[in-house]
Structure formats: structure tokens, C-alpha cells
Design a protein around this ligand. Sequence first.
Ligand code: AMP
Ligand code: ZN
Length: 135
Amino acid sequence: MRDKDCIFCKIAAGEIPSATLYEDEDFRVILDLGPASKGHALILPKDHFRNLYDIDEEVLAKAMVLAKKMVKKMTDVLGCDGYNIVQNNEECAGQTVFHFHMHLIPRYKDDQVGLEWKVGELTEEVKNEILEKMK
Ligand code: AMP
Ligand code: ZN
């Protein structure tokens, strides 16, 4: 289940060199080439999935367990103060490489990583509309 034109398939398979932090039969974890902070890493499944909409559920569950292990180890190695796990789906949400990946972004006190958004307000109307549609 590879996509021959996908750069992350090639990296995950080891056909393109990468700074690999961890590898097993299902995943490769690499340092991001454009890091948001020191130690920013990406979890790449070796199989190709476009994003969260189509990833196999078993692979997804394993990815989350791996994220926990990597965050623990990397916190010891880097001495960071926290972590953001980011996973973008589709272009409007910031996805630029269309092979599922999870960003592991170390956070340091007073760093300049910008993952904030403008806080809105949950109105009664919108709340009720969504709750109704979810039934
Ligand atoms: P996203 O915007 O969520 O699709 O994230 C794609 C990420 O992949 C970005 O943070 C890029 O810096 C990173 N990236 C793109 N190409 C490479 C590469 N060849 N090796 C490592 N990281 C890459
Ligand atoms: Zn791929």
C-alpha cells in the first residue's frame, strides 16, 4: 500500500535518507526539515494513507501509542517543558504532504511556536444546530 509518487512513502521506506529517530515494521519517526522548535519530529506510517479520513484504525492506534513513547524519550533527551501533537487534514487545515503524519512538537518555556487561535464564542444557536445535526 505505497504511492509511487509520495515523498513520505519513500522516506518511510528508507529510499530517501532522513534523520531517523526510530523505526519499526510499521513506522519511521524522523526530524522535520522545517522545525517549529528544536526536536520537531514526524511519525510516518510505512503504508500510504492520505490523512485521518482514510487511515487504517489499527495503524492509527499504534501511531498514538508510539507518540506517547517518543514524547517520553524525547523529553528526556531534549529537556523540553511540554509537547504539542499536531495532525493536519486537507489543505485548508495546513496539510502540505498528503501522506498521514503526526507532528511531535517539543515546547520550551517562552518559545515562539505559534499554534494559538483567536478564541471565539459558542452561541446557543450554533451549539443547538450542531447538537441537532449530530443526532
Ligand atoms: P503538514 O503541513 O502537516 O503536511 O506537514 C508537512 C511537514 O513535513 C512540514 O513540517 C515540513 O517541514 C515537513 N517536510 C516536508 N518534506 C520533508 C522532508 N523531506 N523531510 C522532513 N520533513 C519534511
Ligand atoms: Zn505516502
